[in-house]
Design a protein around this ligand. Structure first.
Ligand code: HEM
Length: 207
């Protein structure tokens, strides 16, 4: 769909869902860091203090997981790595130095975005499975202590990796000018689409 000089990149329901994932992520990262180390304890205020954080963190975790999975399933085929993506990745020096003219044409997402997608998907799955195991209220009594310890470790490592991935994701969204609008108003300029995602632009231009 196009609107004059702009082309549609995300529908309204996709944007609402993405921002639900983003808001729940911030609440979970803050409360999770507060549980992880006393240095971050003040962050528990985000969910109303220690007791409320312990109660709400797992519930909000389920909301983030479901909302992310709906979006991730919708975007699955757009994130499969193609031969030109590996070539793009091999030229990461050109990407970082803004020598875009030397880069191979890519589809709806570039290889950096695709790898971030897979990192998000894998860490989300690890967080959900390990989170259920260590959920005191309902499930943890069903597991042996060694399983609980392993799950707690997996939960912390996956959480840290997801936080790092999201920092890179947000930085890249701001760094590539004209990208944030894709997730706020749902559209990008034709020039942005042609320049950054030429194969995607060709495919929507034909519609
Ligand atoms: C917190 C602030 C966040 C900002 C500012 C932000 C911004 C954006 C923007 C601008 C896009 C569109 C990129 C494009 O179409 O090229 C996008 C896409 C996306 N975002 Fe976020 N995001 C945030 C948080 C998150 C979180 C917490 C997650 C998941 C845990 C997430 C997952 C995704 C995914 C999966 C895509 C589609 C890219 C792909 O499928 O490869 N975002 N985001």
């Amino acid at each position: 769909m196009s609107h004059g000089n702009e082309v549609q990149r995300y529908a309204a329901n996709e944007r609402w869902n993405h921002w639900l994932t983003a808001i729940t992520f911030v609440l979970l990262a803050a409360s999770g860091l507060a549980f992880f180390h006393p240095t971050f304890w003040s962050l528990s205020a985000v969910l109303g203090g220690g007791e409320l954080s312990r109660m709400l963190h797992p519930i909000i975790g389920v909301v983030m997981f479901v909302s992310f999975m709906i979006f991730a399933i919708q975007k699955f085929s757009d994130n499969v790595m193609r031969s030109y993506d590996w070539k793009w990745l091999g030229q990461i020096g050109d990407v970082l130095a803004n020598r875009d003219d030397r880069l191979p044409a890519v589809g709806k997402y570039n290889a950096g975005q695709k790898l971030a997608y897979w990192a998000m998907l894998l860490t989300m799955l690890a967080l959900m499975v390990s989170g259920i195991i260590i959920w005191r209220q309902y499930f943890s009594h069903m597991f042996a202590i060694d399983t609980l310890r392993l799950a707690a470790l997996v939960h912390a490592v996956a959480g840290a990796l997801l936080i790092i991935t999201i920092i890179v994701h947000v930085y890249a969204a701001i760094w590539v000018k004209g990208t944030i609008g894709a997730m706020t108003k749902g559209t990008v300029s034709r020039a942005w689409a042609k320049h950054h995602h030429p194969l995607w632009y060709q495919s929507i231009d034909k519609r």
